[in-house]
Each structure stands twice: as C-alpha cells, then as structure tokens.
Design a protein around this ligand. Structure first.
Ligand code: NOJ
Length: 538
C-alpha cells in the first residue's frame, strides 16, 4: 500500500455532542464540555473525532434538521468556540470531522420558510408536487418516511387552502432538497468550504445515498414482491455526480476526508468509493452482525471485497447513535444471521439481557474491530462498556421515531444517554442536571474516572488496543486462519487476532499481547473473548 493517507487506518471517535459533556451546566452537552474533555480523547489515542450535527437547529431530530449550516446551535456554543475546539484538537494531534446533512434542511431553514410563503425560487429547491386524487388529497407517490407514515406532507397555502405536498424521507420537519437544482449543489459546496476554511478535516455525509431522486418521482416497487431493494428515492446513479463535485472541493484543501453514511452494500457501495468520489463509507453489514463467528466473517469479507474493488479502505463501526449499543445487542442469545427487524427487538422483549455477558462480548468485539485493516469508528461510551438504557421511560424519550410512531417503537434515545464521567449518582459528572435525557441509576461503575485507574477496565482495554494498533497493526491485509467452529481468526502480518464467539475455551497458538478477558489462563482463549497474539515461526 503506497497511499498512507491518515484516513486509511485511523481510529475515529464519534462525539454525540449533546451527550458527551456539558460545560454550561444546562444538562445538554456542548462545545465547552467537549473542549474540557479533550484529554480523555488524547489518552484514548484516537486520530480524529466525528462530531454529530452542531449547527443551529430546532432539534426536531437531534440536529439532523439544520436551520443554518454556518451557525452553531446556541445550546452548543458559538462559531468562535468551534474554531477554538478545532485548534485545540489539532494541537493534540486529533483531527476534526463534522457531520453534513445535505438530503434535507429543517422546516425552519429560511429557504423552506420562503418556499412556504410562496417564493417560486425557494420552492424549486425542495420537492413540492401536487397531490393525487380528485382534489389532490392523496400523496404524490407511495414513498414512506423512514420514521413511519407517508414521505409527504401537504401544506396550507397563505390563503388558508390546502396546497401541494412536499417530500420528506424522514420527519415532516425535515423537507428533502431537490438536488437536481444547481442552486442546492452550489450552496452545499459553499458550506463545505466555509468549514474547510475553519480547519475541519472532513465530513460524515448524512444519508449520502438519498440525495438524488429518480426523475418524475415514480412510485416505489411493491416491497412485498421481494427481490433486492430498489427504490426511486435511494441509491440513484445521479448521486455520484454530486460527490465527484464534492471531492474536487476537498482535494483543493489537501488531506481531507469524506465518510458516507450509505446503507448499501457490495458493488453498489463500492461505487461511492471510486477514486474521484468519497474516500470512505461505513460498512453497515458489520454493524448488523450478531456475535457469531460465521456471521461476523461473512460481513467482514463482504466489506473488504467491496472496498477492494475500488482500492478504498474498509470502514468499521459497531455502534453509533442510531442503533442499540452493542454491549446490549450481544447480551441476549444471538441469531445465526445478521440482526433484523429493528435489532430483533420483538424477540428480545421476551428475553432478559445478561449485561455481564454482553460486556464480555463487547470487549471481545473491541479487539476484533480495532484489529481489522482500515479505519475504525468508535461510538462515545463504548470505551466505557456502556449498555443501552432500555428502560428509559417513554415520556422521557425524544426521538422523532418514537413521536411519529406514537410510542409504539422504542427509538434511539437509549444509546444517546449523557456519558458518566465521575461520581455515583446522575449526572455522574456530565454537567448540569437534569440531563436532557435521563441517565439510569447504577451507572457509577461505568464512570470514566473509576475505569481510569483500573488496569482491567474496559477503558484501559481500549486505550491499550488503540496504542498497540498504531504501533503494530501496520499491515493493510488480512488472511483468514483455520480455527475451531465458532472461532474467528485472522493474521495481520506477524500478529493474529482470535475471537471466540462460543461459550467454551479454546487453545491459543501464540504469545498473548492483549486479551479481552483479564482472568484468562495462559495459552487459553476463554469463551466470548478475544486476543491479539504473536505466533513465532507462523
Ligand atoms: C441518519 C442519522 O444518523 C440519523 O440520526 C438521522 O435521524 C437521519 N440520518 C436523518 O437525518
């Protein structure tokens, strides 16, 4: 591998800013809190942070509804503070990646407000269409919102009568932009430059695969008919022209990076990673794997194959702000297929979680994820072994998914709980109380300060793994090794990564460098554990 760009093998830490640390004392995480905790990230050894949207927003979808892309939400701070943060992070050798939300704006964005007021130029930046039916009373097509219900809302025109419908693939408060309008493309290139000029090192692209819609916005095929997912709103070929334009902008600034959130796989994912498009894209098949060796291996191989098609690095992620934390996903019996149906939550309802087992497996998964070739994203709190807050009362939940489904789905708040830093009761050193989402009782043992000094803690394990990875895991290749059933093993040059997804111990063939189970006997890999080893003469 001759290309040694930093983003090909970085460890990137996802900062869910609302829940990372609160410097102002209002119970909401902010830039001041993040700046005060940069030492935690330095000590963890990460190369970069990705910060979830921090722009001015009514927070209908936790900041993924942006009202002003060039302003910081007052709850988080100011543009000046953002610049200080970027400088301070850089001084510690930590790059800063922002989250850009190009598929939709907030309904409170000035463009959409002008569109509602009838300005034709502003309307042409969104997807307004007449309704079907005799009086336009039916949505223009059959598209569904990801959060439930039709992907269309009818507006009331200034004279008080019902007007056209606008498209929103997510909440009604998130109207979709019309990317076939050059004004939209020009605006976003300008926004990229605004932040690149302030020193940011890249962008995570929200729903990158939704920007281009099929001309004429036709009905989606009937999903019940089966076959591969094909939809006129998703993964349209025209999207690639947009990213070719973005790549040109990034290249003007040097070693910047894009990482796509695109829920596509295989060759379709590789298209986003062609050399003149995006640098990286999350491998969501890996995130969807159960803790079962064969399922993990298949997903890993799939990611490697699609990235290799175009010479891109694979990008690993095992938790984020949209899914149940993996310490809880792995705390119940595991299906021998990827998780489905909203993380198999229906099935889970009947099974109590075994959080100790979930944590053992999560620690093993840390060594797996950090042992893979490519870039690895860590989601804040996973270095503390945090579980999902499954019992969060429904009244406390704020996810629009919960609201749109009238409380019938559990939503994503349980993985977004403010971090525990210290102390034995909420807010655990997070900042002011009450926190914007409640923290559970009983999280004292997860607090960062308790784990800091414990050589066997999950935080210590992550720190050692990140440090060793930077020093030792330099090969960009992976070779699968034969291993007993239920055990995953691969070599990265002289190093081997072994992951035992069974409940029974197996023999380890080499010298232990780092193990997820501090109580393991020498030469043994216990069940639900992982190890990095060196095998002399292998
Ligand atoms: C993906 C983001 O990760 C998620 O949190 C958000 O709700 C949707 N995109 C809509 O922007």
């Amino acid at each position: 591998m001759t290309d040694t760009s930093w983003w090909r093998r970085a460890v990137v830490y996802q900062v869910y800013i609302r829940s990372f640390a609160d410097g102002s004392g209002d119970g909401i995480g902010d830039i001041a809190g993040l700046r005060s905790r940069l030492g935690h990230l330095r000590d963890l050894g990460v190369d970069a942070i990705w910060i979830n949207p921090w722009y001015a927003s009514p927070q209908a979808d936790a900041g993924y509804d942006v009202a002003d892309y060039r302003a910081i939400d007052p709850a988080y701070g100011t543009v000046a503070e953002a610049c200080w943060l970027i400088e301070e992070a850089h001084a510690l050798g930590i790059r800063v990646v922002l989250d850009i939300v190009p598929n939709h704006t907030s309904a409170e964005h000035p463009w959409f407000q002008s569109a509602l007021a009838g300005d034709p130029e502003a309307r042409a930046r969104y997807l307004f269409r007449p309704g079907r039916g005799e009086h336009g009373e039916l949505p223009p097509n059959n598209w569904r919102s990801v959060f439930g219900g039709p992907a269309w809302t009818r507006v009331v025109v200034p004279d008080g009568t019902a007007g056209e419908w606008y498209c929103h693939l997510f909440a009604p408060a998130q109207p979709d932009l019309d990317w076939s309008n050059p004004e939209v493309a020009a605006e976003f290139e300008d926004i990229l430059r605004f932040w690149f000029d302030k020193g940011v090192d890249g962008f995570r692209i929200d729903v990158a695969n939704a920007l281009a819609k099929a001309p004429g916005l036709p009905d989606a095929p009937d999903a019940a008919a089966g076959g591969p997912f094909v939809h006129p709103a998703w993964d349209q070929d025209a999207v690639h022209d947009i990213f070719r334009g973005w790549r040109k902008v990034a290249d003007e600034y040097g070693d910047r990076v894009f990482v796509a959130e695109a829920w596509v796989e295989g060759e379709r994912l590789a298209r986003y990673l062609r050399p003149d498009e995006l640098h990286t894209a999350f491998g969501f098949a890996f995130l969807g794997s159960s803790f079962v060796a064969s399922v993990l291996e298949e997903s890993i191989q799939g990611e490697l194959d699609s990235a290799r098609l175009v010479g891109a690095p694979a990008t690993w992620v095992i938790s984020n702000h949209d899914v149940v934390r993996h310490a809880t996903r792995f705390a119940r019996s595991q299906p021998d297929h990827p998780f489905t149906s909203h993380w198999d939550q229906d099935r889970w309802g009947a099974e109590e979680p075994d959080l100790a087992l979930g944590l053992r497996r999560a620690r093993a998964a840390a060594l797996l994820t950090l042992g893979l070739p490519g870039t690895t994203y860590l989601y804040q709190g996973e270095e503390l072994g945090l579980p999902e807050f499954e019992d969060m009362p429904v009244e406390a939940r704020q996810d629009p998914q919960v609201i749109q489904a009238a409380g019938k789905v559990i939503g994503r708040d349980g993985c977004r709980v403010p971090l525990p830093w210290s102390g034995s009761t909420p807010p655990y050193g997070f900042g002011g109380a009450p926190t914007w989402l409640p923290q559970p009782e009983g999280w004292a043992s997860y607090a960062a300060d308790v784990q800091e000094t414990d050589p066997d803690s999950t935080l210590t394990l992550y720190r050692r793994a990140v440090e060793l990875r930077a020093k030792l895991l330099l090969h960009d290749d992976l070779a699968w090794l034969s291993a007993p059933d239920g055990v995953l093993a691969f070599a990265r040059g002289d190093l081997q990564v072994w992951v035992n997804t069974t409940g029974d111990p197996v023999a380890l063939p080499g010298t232990l460098l780092l193990g997820s189970d501090p109580g393991a006997e020498p030469g043994v890999l216990p069940g639900d554990a992982a190890a990095w080893i060196v095998v002399t003469g292998a």
